[in-house]
Design a protein around this ligand. Structure first.
Ligand code: NAD
Length: 492
């Protein structure tokens, strides 16, 4: 069993450290950030508050590692073996990591387990895929051999949000390391402990010093310094559209590429022939999971008018039965991540009430939930006008908006009528309609009679419009985390 890295500091808070060049490090300033438990509102751990000078150290260690014998001489298959070993270590330590993830983010413990298992699966998938991505030969002329090869970008900077730390870290690190890049990861200051522990496991799995650096700190300090660092070759960012804009500007300044995985207001469309018994539990589950703090939550349900009453009745009862509570109690949903997220969600709901949007159903908060925790109830509203913030903006909380429609054309227009384009769900028995609508919707993924909230390690994932660009997950990520080089040999 692995010995994990946290020690206690003078206030009895667990003290975690960044991992730079394979070593556990404090910030050069010595400053720390308190980690607050969303379930109790109390501090329970500290992380280093790294700044630009620490970023410089992490990036130069990644740059040195890139061409080091220990890393550069590994074949793709040998990199894959290390990823498989890391997957195994994550699985062996799943109890510890799941507890850490749930405690840190507030999500129910069962979801913490789901996230750790998914993270292990990412490393397993990319471990197996590392030596299966190939180039092509190109028939240009008789006396030439022309081919393409895939090479690593170099040093990849990864900036990760708090909602699915382990999963998002694993999908980036798995693919980027499989292709031979080295990494500097800046996780969220709100939830990052599972990532730190996994970076420690990576050392045990045989990743050479400097190949996987995890540097903690504030977004506007460590995150900004990392995004502007001229020694970074590629950036992958998952987070809010506003910060995504800053990241893209930083990448442009250094003339490097970036992928942006941003927000969403994903529609679920219920046509007149939909199987509601199948659709509604999935729809409810997707908006409650992680307290609705999921970029692909499916937060708008477009309901054909002929199924409106039935849908409203079922969801009213279902939402009234939901209970929010502490992560360890494994209820329908945990607390939100922090006080500002709670304020944000409450502001949307207050606005809905001021505007007279009917509240169809609302859950409860467990009586023993600590009053300082960041709890809110699950809510379903409708009918929501298509120009209302609840129909257009990402709430990022357990709030579902129902919107009625009459025709297929209207459903498509509403579905495409937000600035986002991440995922969509279509519920119908008519395969021709499902195909037409899937083709007409502008989004990165479309599910028919199911909904994966981005799910599936194998499925390419990413957005269009304000949801971002670039693809992660699946084999597509291996292309995203590599550069194609063309080589032409004359053998005349
Ligand atoms: P955020 O943009 O505030 O923070 C994300 C990360 O960026 C954090 O690590 C943060 O420290 C860092 N950051 C903040 N300011 C920065 C700056 N100026 N320069 C560099 N880095 C900076 O987002 P959040 O609140 O952590 O996450 C919520 C958002 O993320 C939602 O909009 C959600 O939809 C989106 N999200 C998208 C996906 C996806 O795959 N599409 C997945 C999860 C979350």
């Amino acid at each position: 069993m692995t010995e994990f890295s946290a020690t206690l500091n003078s206030q009895n808070l667990k003290k975690y450290r960044s991992i730079i060049n394979g070593l556990q490090c404090d910030a050069s300033s010595g400053e720390t950030i308190d980690m607050i438990c969303p379930s109790t509102g109390l501090p329970y751990a500290t992380i280093p508050r790294c700044t630009a000078s620490d970023v410089g150290k992490a990036v130069s260690s990644a740059r040195t590692a890139l061409t080091s014998k220990e890393w550069a001489s590994l074949s793709a298959g040998q990199r894959g073996e290390r990823l498989l070993r890391l997957a195994e270590l994550i699985s062996q330590n799943r109890d510890h990591l799941a507890e850490l993830e749930a405690h840190d983010t507030g999500k129910p413990l069962s979801q913490g387990y789901g996230d750790i298992d998914a993270a292990a699966q990412y490393f397993r998938f990319y471990g197996g895929a590392a030596d299966k991505i190939t180039g092509e030969t190109l028939p240009i002329a008789v006396d030439y051999l022309a081919m393409t090869v895939r090479e690593p970008h170099g040093v990849v900077a990864s900036i990760v949000p708090w909602n699915y730390p382990m999963q998002i870290f694993a999908r980036v690190a798995g693919a980027a390391l499989a292709m031979g890049n080295t990494l500097v990861v800046k996780p969220s200051e709100d939830a990052c402990l599972s990532i730190i522990e996994t970076a420690n496991l990576a050392v045990e799995a045989g990743f050479p010093a400097g190949t996987l650096n995890v540097l903690t700190g504030l977004g506007e300090e460590a995150g900004a310094a990392l995004s502007y660092n001229p020694e970074v070759d590629f950036i992958t960012f998952t987070g809010s559209p506003d910060v995504g804009t800053l990241i893209q500007s930083a990448a442009a300044r250094n003339h490097i590429g970036c992928t942006l995985e941003l927000g969403g207001k994903s529609p679920q469309i219920i046509f007149e022939d939909a199987d509601l018994n199948k659709a509604l539990p999935v729809i409810q589950d997707c908006i409650l999971k992680n307290g609705g703090q999921t970029c692909s939550a499916g937060s708008r349900v477009l309901v054909h008018q002929s199924r409106w009453e039935e849908t409203v009745d079922i969801l009213r009862t279902a939402f009234r039965n939901t209970v929010s509570g502490q992560y360890k109690d494994n209820l329908d949903l945990g607390p939100l991540i922090n006080s500002s997220q709670l304020r944000r969600v409450n502001t949307f709901c207050e606005q809905a009430e001021t505007d007279g949007i009917p509240l169809i159903g609302e859950g409860t908060i467990a009586p023993d939930a600590p009053t300082e925790g960041y709890y809110t109830t699950a809510k379903v509203y409708g009918p929501v006008p298509t120009d209302h913030p609840l129909a257009l903006d990402e709430v990022f909380g357990p709030v579902l908006s129902l919107i009625p429609f009459r025709t297929e054309e209207e459903a498509i227009r509403i579905a495409n009528g937000t600035p986002y384009g991440l995922v969509a769900g279509i519920w119908t028995k008519d395969i021709a309609r499902a195909t037409r609508v899937a083709k007409a919707i502008r989004s990165g993924q479309v599910f028919v009679n199911t909904y994966g909230a981005g799910g599936g390690v194998e499925l390419p994932f990413g957005g269009v419009k304000k949801s971002g660009h670039g693809r992660e997950k699946g084999f597509e990520a291996l292309k995203e985390f590599s550069v194609l080089k063309t080589i032409v040999v004359s053998h005349a």
